[in-house]
Ligand binder design. Sequence first.
Ligand code: MN
Length: 275
Amino acid sequence: MKDAQRALAQPSRRSALQSAAAMTVGAAVGTVTSGCAAPGELAAAPTPFKVPGVFLPIVGSPLSFPVRRIYCIGRNYAAHAREMGSDPTREPPFFFQKPTDAIQNVAIGTVADHPYPTLTKNYHYEVELVAALDKGGKDIPVEKALDCVYAYALGLDMTRRDLQRAMGDEKKPWEIGKSFDHSAPIGPLHLVRDIGHFTKGSIWLKVNGVTKQSADLTQMIWSVAEQISKLSQANELFPGDIIYSGTPENVGPVVRGDVIECHIDKLPHLSVKIV
Ligand code: MN
């Protein structure tokens, strides 16, 4: 066992005090730059149980990507904004989050079983490009924003549409409609250094072989760079943050037994079966 692990595994007042002292020193010399917890920070005291981290595999790399936060932009394709009942010409971008453990990793070439969630009778697919950051910051200018992107993936922003709508009608948070277990299926990451950035290209989704959504990434209202810039005005971004960049029009329902297949040019397909 490594020393750090042993220290964590052997609770004692002394080690807790030492950790607290170390944090104070860090603050004094300016190594603690933010009130936010960064991924991988050691606990200030021994923990009574472990909470597993959430990781995404990276194609062509032995590393895995630790997920810090999942941000999602809403209504980022004009035709989808209209089908959701809003005016795409007047709306500034808005974002919501999913919990990191909503991630369902889907391996290339597999059809992952995806559980139909509780509480809904109208369960919708939304195919989306996902950008994964290895750098962050506050007030990131649009011109610098893509420097923060480490990799991209194909993802599904699965949605309990009936609950999302009901909560919206009552001016309550969307959370129960968007931020539930398994609501973020995602393929492996593809490094920018291998695959470049995604500013155009076909994005589509089929259910049981029938095309449901079909658009081009150029139709995004807010580009990935603009999304990063806008988000960084609201929250400081950090390595490990991922951003679901919005879905095109023609979202719709699936039921148990349906197979969803997703595509974005340059990425391998993502497939799940609703069970
Ligand atoms: Mn979405």
